[in-house]
Design a protein around this ligand. Structure first.
Ligand SMILES: [Zn+2]
Length: 337
């Protein structure tokens, strides 16, 4: 552990929650992508997931201090004006990985905690792979080492695109969906088939697994069709992605609350976007941590992932940051027209 990490951990461990209650919105909305003791190749180059033990510890800590609420509780509170419990939380999980069904749901059922799983319609049933998961698979291949002929082929390809070979891995980590064609071309050179991986590994939820989650009392929501960066789309394209993914889920599954979580980030989303979808989506979820949103039906979430800090430390750090932002007048998202 670095000295910096030790100092941060020591400071956070001494910080009592009541001291931070001034920073609370009353509702904590953590999000995760997956929970697994071993990160699968399509994820391990992107972010560190929680192990089963760490995830269980996170939820156990939350349950000692906060009341778990369901998505329907949140919607009902908004509709009726009846306040939520003073300290409460709702868990959310993005991208619809199979671990939601195989690992996460059994832990949450045992602990009696509701949750919402946000799904991309193009990935459900392993029809298509998210370009970021493709990138993780390629980075994994690179770290395992290429054959001399593969190495030469990739070098030649990236040179024609004005990218230095040494800069390829950092570039792949930041690539956006319109540039994802490069990812497919590299996979072709390495004779790596994403379709075969989808077929054999089944990384995403199937419709049957989603049915199981709903039967167990969990909620699902839309997370766009294929997870683009909304900041790179026109407002019309943002609306189409949201509308199509929501319509797909409503047609296929019984959904009482129509929830949508922005892929990547909700930064820069305008009031006109929310207005256009006001009759089609009940609740929106962003990723701006604990900030309050000027659009009353959009709620902000924070990531509870990573391996360096415990859930308690991440939550306390977020509460502290929000308190400081509040003092500086930056704890609020003002949407542009
Ligand atoms: Zn996502």
């Amino acid at each position: 552990m670095s000295v910096k990490d030790w100092l941060i951990k020591s400071a956070l461990s001494m910080m009592p929650i009541p001291m931070l209650s001034v920073a609370q919105t009353g509702l904590l909305l953590p999000y995760y992508h997956y929970v697994n003791d071993q990160s699968p190749p399509h994820l391990r180059q992107l972010y560190a997931g929680r192990s089963r033990a760490d995830f269980t510890a996170d939820i156990t800590w939350l349950l000692q201090r906060y009341t778990p609420i369901s998505l329907d509780d949140l919607q009902a509170s908004l509709a009726s004006g009846k306040p939520l419990p003073r300290n409460c939380f709702h868990l959310t999980f993005d991208d619809g990985f199979r671990e939601c069904h195989d690992v996460i749901a059994p832990v949450l059922v045992r602990l009696g905690v509701p949750a919402t799983f946000f799904i991309c319609s193009a990935f459900l049933d392993n029809k298509q792979m998210f370009y970021r998961n493709k990138i993780s698979l390629l980075l994994d291949k690179f770290s395992a080492g290429l054959t001399p002929s593969q190495d030469l082929a990739v070098k030649t390809l990236v040179a024609t695109r004005g990218v230095s070979y040494s800069g390829l891995c950092p570039l792949l980590r930041t690539i956006s969906s319109p540039q994802a064609v490069l990812v497919d071309k590299i996979a072709e050179l390495l004779a790596f088939s994403f379709d075969d991986y989808l077929e054999t590994e089944r990384p995403y939820l199937s419709s049957g697994q989603v049915d199981d989650l709903l039967m167990q009392g969990f909620s699902i929501g839309a997370h766009s069709v294929d997870h683009p960066r909304y900041q790179e789309l026109t407002v019309e394209q943002q609306i189409n992605q949201t509308r199509a993914s929501m319509a797909f889920l409503i047609k296929r599954f019984p959904i009482s609350c129509r929830a949508f979580a922005f892929p990547h980030s909700d930064a820069g989303i305008t009031v006109s976007f929310f207005r256009a979808l006001s009759s089609e989506v009940d609740l929106f979820f962003g990723t701006s941590r604990l900030k309050k949103d000027s659009y009353g039906r959009c709620f902000q979430r924070f990531s509870l992932e990573g391996s360096r800090y415990t859930g308690e430390e991440i939550i306390k750090a977020n509460l502290l940051k929000q308190a400081m932002k509040g003092i500086l007048g930056r704890g609020y998202i003002q949407r542009k027209p």
